[in-house]
Design a protein around this ligand. Structure first.
Ligand code: VAH
Length: 318
C-alpha cells in the first residue's frame, strides 16, 4: 500500500490516478492538507486530511493504513518559497523529515522529488552532469539539496530504501501548477486556447529542461520498481525530456494555431530563479541504472496538451 502526500497538487493529482490504475484503488492512500469536493482523487479511493508538518498524524495514518511505501510530494515550489523563505524551510524540510521518520519507523520504501532547482549559478549549465556542484541560490534549491542529502543519509544510516528524481519543469493539463518558475510553459497552452496569445514572464532565449506529466509518472514508477542492486545513485537522478525556451513552445503551438502571438513581460524574480538553473541536464545515469526513457518531445506534448485542454476548457466555457 502507498501513502501519497500532496495528492491534490500538480504531480499528486495525476500520480494518484496512475497508481490506482496500476496497483488498485484501495492500495493508494491520498492525503492533502484540505479535501476537495467532487474531485477524482478524493472520490476514487482512500483519502485523508494530512498537514505534513504534523509528524504524529503522518505516522498514525501510515501505521493505520499499513502502507509499505511513502511518496512525499507536499511542498512549496520555487517562486512561492522565494516569497516566503522561512515558511518554505519549515514546511519543505519539516514535512520531509516527518515523512522520512515514518518511513524509517514503519520500514517503508520512500520517494520524494528533487528538482533542477537543486543546481545553482556555479553548476555547469549545459548538459549538467549527475554528480556536480550544487550551490543553489534559492530557498527552494536549498530545500532540494538538503532533501537529497537527508534522503541519502536515511538510506546510508538507517537502510531506508529512499529514491528520488530531479524533475525539470512539468507540463500538465489536470491540476494547474502553483508557484513554480517553469509554469509559464503550462500557462502558455491554456492562453493559446483561451486568448490565442500569451505574455511570458520568462524572457526569450531562457532555456530550461521540461517534461510532460505522463513521462514524469512513468519515471516515478520505473524508479520505484527498479532493481536496487543496479542503483549507483539514489537521491536524486537527473531526468529530462527536452530543453526549451518560450520561442520553441510558441513555434510548436503555431503548428496548430498559426496566429498564436507570444509577447514578454519579464518578472525579474522568476527570471532570476530561471537564470540560476541549468539550460539542459544529462539524464544518462537514470537511463543506465533504471532504464529511464521519455516518450514525449515538444511536438508530441504540444499536440496532446492542446487536444486535452480544448476538451477541458471548452467544456467549462460551455
Ligand atoms: C518550479 N515546477 O518551478 C517547479 C520545478 C524545476 C521546476 O521545481 O518550482
Amino acid at each position: 500500500k502507498i501513502l501519497v502526500t500532496g495528492a491534490l497538487g500538480q504531480i499528486g493529482s495525476e500520480l494518484i490516478m496512475k497508481l490506482r490504475e496500476v496497483y488498485g484503488a484501495d492500495q493508494v492512500v491520498a492525503t492533502d492538507i484540505r479535501k476537495k469536493e467532487a474531485d477524482p482523487v478524493v472520490d476514487s479511493g482512500p483519502f485523508e486530511i494530512l498537514d505534513v508538518t504534523d509528524g504524529n498524524r503522518m505516522f498514525e495514518l501510515a501505521k493505520t493504513h499499513q502502507v509499505d511505501t511513502i511518496m512525499h510530494l507536499a511542498a512549496l515550489l520555487s517562486a512561492t518559497a522565494e516569497a516566503k523563505p522561512l515558511l518554505a524551510w519549515n514546511l519543505n524540510m519539516g514535512g520531509l523529515v516527518n515523512a522520512l521518520e515514518a518511513a524509517r519507523e514503519l520500514n517503508c520504501q520512500f520517494f520524494t522529488p528533487s528538482s533542477i532547482g537543486a543546481f545553482g549559478p556555479s553548476t555547469p549549465k549545459d548538459n549538467t552532469p549527475q554528480d556536480t556542484i550544487q550551490r543553489p541560490t534559492t530557498m527552494y534549491g536549498v530545500n532540494k539539496v538538503s532533501g537529497e542529502l537527508l534522503c541519502d543519509y536515511y538510506y546510508q544510516k538507517f537502510g531506508v530504501d529512499t529514491r528520488g528524481v530531479r524533475f525539470p519543469g512539468l507540463i500538465s493539463y489536470v491540476a494547474p501548477p502553483g508557484g513554480g518558475t517553469t509554469d509559464y510553459a503550462v500557462d502558455i497552452y491554456y492562453k493559446a486556447i483561451l486568448d490565442g496569445a500569451y505574455t511570458s514572464y520568462i524572457g526569450k532565449g531562457t532555456y530550461m529542461d521540461m517534461m510532460y506529466m505522463p513521462d514524469a509518472l512513468n519515471a516515478i514508477i520505473a524508479l520505484m520498481e527498479a532493481d536496487p542492486s543496479k542503483l549507483i545513485h539514489r537521491n536524486a537522478f537527473n531526468v529530462t525530456a527536452m530543453s526549451i525556451e518560450p520561442e520553441d513552445v510558441a513555434a510548436a503551438i503555431r503548428k496548430h494555431i498559426p496566429t498564436f502571438a507570444l509577447s514578454y513581460d519579464v518578472d525579474p524574480v522568476r527570471q532570476a530563479i530561471a537564470d540560476s538553473w541549468p539550460n539542459s541536464i544529462d539524464a544518462t545515469a537514470a537511463m543506465n541504472e533504471w532504464g529511464f526513457k521519455a516518450e514525449f518531445d515538444l511536438e508530441k506534448m504540444t499536440e496532446d496538451m492542446l487536444t486535452k485542454l480544448r476538451g477541458k476548457l471548452l467544456q467549462q466555457v460551455g
